[in-house]
Design a protein around this ligand. Structure first.
Ligand code: SAM
Length: 312
């Protein structure tokens, strides 16, 4: 009797233990199966809606959430393609805060697509903070490639160099813009810039002033009805930009200047070399030499004038 009672108690104990482990393993199993969601970085058209990829459309349909720079703008894109996924905003001013919120959602298992107003997120657009935080949290980041104004412009420029330096938007302040351009004056790589319509003339004027005459390429309203691709010297593009309202968005490519191979042991010999071999004007040669030698332009100008006069 006593023995039977012990058996019953033992059985009850074992039953409780099993219950305990079963419910524990269920809980463990649940947390183990809550896999983090995936973050998709999705490129969207820069004008022509036909440029969206099939993969981008499928991803935007399938994810739990789309984080967009401007939800009203992106809603039009989604409506056009009959996509009903929920949108939330992810914009520059709130980028860090939103990125943390999105990483929590991803960790809880939601899948998120990030899009910008146009082109590829993270290219002169918000995106980098979210991508960095997601990667730090070991969340899978999947890029869905597609349009970008950068690659679209480059593909139609026919550059000989095969390399380029992408600067995005230059500083809006003239002084800072000129300083940056000057620091890149000797670059052997074409410079690729983004610019907004109302600053086109100022950009060409500064580039001409600081870099001197160079070949350049202006791609405006890419993929849209009024697409315009113009190649020519900076002075011509400046004249064009100054002669009209430059509607629409633009990418500008500035080609490298004459190679810095000036030969000469003194200022006179260098000036002679520039006059005879560089193809630069007197003014541009003075600017280049002044910057290379750390002199003021006025220190060089009188001597340069005499040398250029000798040539006439
Ligand atoms: N993330 C975008 C990308 O991948 O191209 C760029 C965004 S950035 C905020 C916008 C700038 O890109 C514009 O000011 C312009 O310089 C360039 N851009 C965008 N769409 C363009 C278009 N259709 N034609 C020419 N440039 C464009």
């Amino acid at each position: 009797m006593h023995f039977a009672g012990e058996l019953i108690i033992m059985r009850f104990f074992l039953y409780r233990q099993m219950q305990h482990y079963t419910s524990r393993s269920t809980i463990m199993l649940k947390s183990e199966t809550t896999r983090p969601g995936t973050l998709y970085i999705v490129a969207t058209p820069i004008g022509n809606l036909e440029d969206i990829t099939l993969r981008a459309l499928r991803t935007l349909k399938e994810v739990d959430l789309i984080a967009a720079e401007d939800t009203r703008h992106s809603q039009k894109l989604l409506n056009h393609f009959g996509i009903h996924t929920r949108l939330i905003s992810y914009y520059r001013e709130k980028e860090t805060e939103r990125a943390h919120e999105l990483v929590l959602r991803l960790q809880a298992g939601e899948s998120v697509a990030l899009i910008s107003d146009a082109g590829t997120p993270g290219i002169s657009d918000p995106g980098a903070i979210l991508v960095r935080l997601a990667r730090e949290a070991a969340i899978t980041v999947v890029p869905i490639p597609g349009p970008s104004a950068l690659t679209t412009a480059l593909s139609s420029a026919g550059l000989a160099e095969g390399t380029f330096l992408f600067l995005g938007f230059l500083p809006s302040q003239k002084g800072q813009r000129q300083k940056l351009l000057l620091s890149l004056a000797d670059s052997e790589h074409p410079l690729v810039l983004y610019e907004s319509p109302n600053r086109m003339a100022a950009l060409f004027a500064d580039a001409l002033d600081v870099l001197g005459e160079r070949q350049a390429f202006w791609a405006r309203e890419l993929t849209k009805s009024y697409e315009e691709l113009q190649g020519g010297p900076l002075s011509e593009l400046l004249a064009l930009a100054g002669s009209r309202r430059n509607k629409g968005e633009s990418v500008v490519i500035i080609c490298p200047g004459a190679k810095n191979q000036a030969e000469g042991d003194n200022l006179e010999e260098l000036l002679l070399w520039y006059r005879d071999h560089s193809g630069l004007s007197l003014k541009d040669a003075c600017r280049k030499l002044a910057s290379d030698l750390g002199l003021s332009r006025s220190q060089i100008y009188q001597q340069a004038l005499a040398i250029w006069r000798d040539d006439q």
